[in-house]
Ligand binder design. Sequence first.
Ligand code: FA5
Length: 346
Amino acid sequence: MEALDAIEHDVDASFLPVQSDPELRAVYARWLGREGAVTLLMRRMPELPGPERKTFGQAINRVKDKVEAAKTVCEQRLREHARALDLGREPLDVSLPGRKPRVGRLHPLSRMMYDVIDAFVAMGFDVAEGPETDWETNNFERLGFPPDHPAMDMQDTFFLQQPDGATGPRALLRTHTSTVQVREMLSHAPPVMIVAPGAVYRRDDDATHSPMFAQIEGLVVDQGIALSHLRGTLDTFARKLFGERVTTRMRGSYFPFTEPSVELDASCALCGGSDPSCRMCKGSGWLEVGGAGMVHPTVLKNCGVDPEKYTGFAFGLGIDRLAMIRYQIPEISLLYQNDVRFLESL
Ligand code: FA5
């Protein structure tokens, strides 16, 4: 009974330092586990004579109840403590909207380029490609540029650095996709009917000129090709791209590699020429989209094609300008700044 009294005296205090569930289980086992102090005393009950056994049994039960009660109190204390800790933490606001993954899509210039290619492919054109770095012979000489032409000036064209002591043609960043005309005619006998899209480079920089921009070249060479074929092709193209309302017009112009040469204008897709204050066409009713013409006989000859037998037309359209018309973009640099807010607004 003395041992039991001592236990009863210690039970409450034994649970006080408990801070965790494992500690709780250990203290509980100290009293009521298989080798616990109360359990061991209980095992000795049979040693007692009958009447004493009963009194001792009652005392043991009282101590057991005390241990259980202390355990319950301790559990409650641990739960409250854990909850208080939880509430004290930085709150998790489950009502905040989740972060949506951003959905990517084609850049307006790529969309424009693909649509232009599709329009020509539907008319039967093949797609050809040329390198962005090329020789000045392909970019200028074979296209009939005289050696002193201002376009070949360092101020207009990005030349690649020559290795020391190098002679022969210089390499440059092509200034137009007309290089592909040369490459195509040198590698394929007529008939030729291709478009060649890609990036080109010039020392240009203003609201409608970018140092890097995209063009698409067209070249058709065969027997009996006439200016009327060029006109019909570009008219069909403009209507496919901008709708039935749009027509094209040709203005006389000059390129060393075409004769006659023309500038191609598309009628304004916005006002159709009816609004003198239209911000797209500035009231003229027309927008310049590219250059074109009949391939110069000298160019055919330079590229191994017999000009007595074959004729051809060529055109070069500015993809950026077409995109500016389609999306009504006032400043070409917006297409290259990759401001997602602007791109998403198109
Ligand atoms: C040429 O580049 C000729 N190679 C086009 C050509 C091809 C004529 C075949 C005849 C036969 P031009 O320099 O005008 O021509 O450029 C053609 C188009 O490219 C322009 O109408 C314009 O739409 C676009 N362009 C020219 N420079 C820039 C620039 N810096 N930034 C954006 N677009 C430009």
